[in-house]
Design a protein around this ligand. Structure first.
Ligand SMILES: NC(=O)c1ccc[n+]([C@@H]2O[C@H](COP(=O)([O-])OP(=O)(O)OC[C@H]3O[C@@H](n4cnc5c(N)ncnc54)[C@H](OP(=O)(O)O)[C@@H]3O)[C@@H](O)[C@H]2O)c1
Length: 218
């Protein structure tokens, strides 16, 4: 089984690589420039893959060659915090470029590597849920994750005839650089996401899942 993890060098992505490799899968993992602990994860490393640039996507395509993919998880993402008193539109735009257009660019570039019964996971966030937004703020992150959810549903519809299923994923609040170390261990989040991906079929494609296994509101 060939598995591609986009953004595998730290945090949740690194744990996904470790756990899938331990299961015996062939794991290919991307990073931008510093593989770090990814070197010891058992994954094959594709470096120079910045999902915000056409150049990064070309690097990904050339690194992959013709490798077929049974599972693709787009994990890479970024978070900055904007509120009404600090509305930095460049930062908001940058999160949209990475968190929304990044997964769309990657999946658009690679969907011909997928096979019938291949699966795609897009690591989104509960922060992108409109129904769950009770605390406001976080403009760029919320917008970018809500938008990637919209893209993910369209991808699920468009890829269904090719028998490819898509899940939008929320890992929980996870102790990584992104949260300043607050939350559950990345290993727990990754094992939950892997369980959700194990259950993904065409019968439940295009839905938004918490890593604990329940559905989230859009
Ligand atoms: N942690 C949480 O509580 C939480 C909650 C909900 C959702 N999420 C989502 O889970 C995913 C992983 O988050 P994390 O907590 O593990 O964060 P993290 O530790 O900050 O890791 C982020 C990963 O994304 C990569 N990345 C960022 N910008 C990129 C770009 N332009 N091109 C390619 N890769 C890029 C980073 O690579 P570099 O090392 O090169 O920067 C790194 O591998 C993200 O999509 C995040 O939004 C996290």
């Amino acid at each position: 089984m060939n598995i591609l993890i986009i953004g595998g060098n730290r945090g949740i992505g690194l744990e996904l690589c470790r756990q899938y490799a331990t299961r015996g899968a062939r794991v290919l993992a991307t990073c931008r420039n510093a593989p770090g602990l990814l070197r010891e994860s058992g994954a094959e490393i594709l470096d120079g893959v910045d999902v915000s640039s056409a150049r990064g996507i070309r690097k990904l395509q050339s690194g992959l060659g013709k490798t077929p993919l049974h599972l693709l998880i787009h994990n890479a993402g970024k978070l900055t915090r904007e509120n009404l008193d600090d509305m930095d539109f460049d930062r908001i735009e940058n999160q949209f470029i990475v968190n929304t257009l990044g997964p769309l660019r990657v999946i658009h570039a690679l969907y011909d590597h997928l096979l019938p019964k291949s699966r795609i996971g897009i690591v989104s966030s509960r922060m992108g849920s409109l129904g769950d937004n009770t605390s406001g703020g976080m403009y760029g992150y919320r917008i970018s994750k809500a938008a990637v959810n919209a893209a993910g549903v369209s991808l699920a519809r468009d890829l269904e005839p090719m028998k490819i299923a898509v899940a939008l994923l929320h890992p929980g609040l996870v102790a990584t650089d992104m949260t300043g170390g607050r939350g559950i261990p990345p290993s727990k989040a990754a094992s939950g996401l892997i369980e959700v991906m194990d259950q993904l079929t065409l019968a439940n494609t295009g839905r938004f899942w918490h890593a604990e296994g329940y559905e989230l509101p859009w």
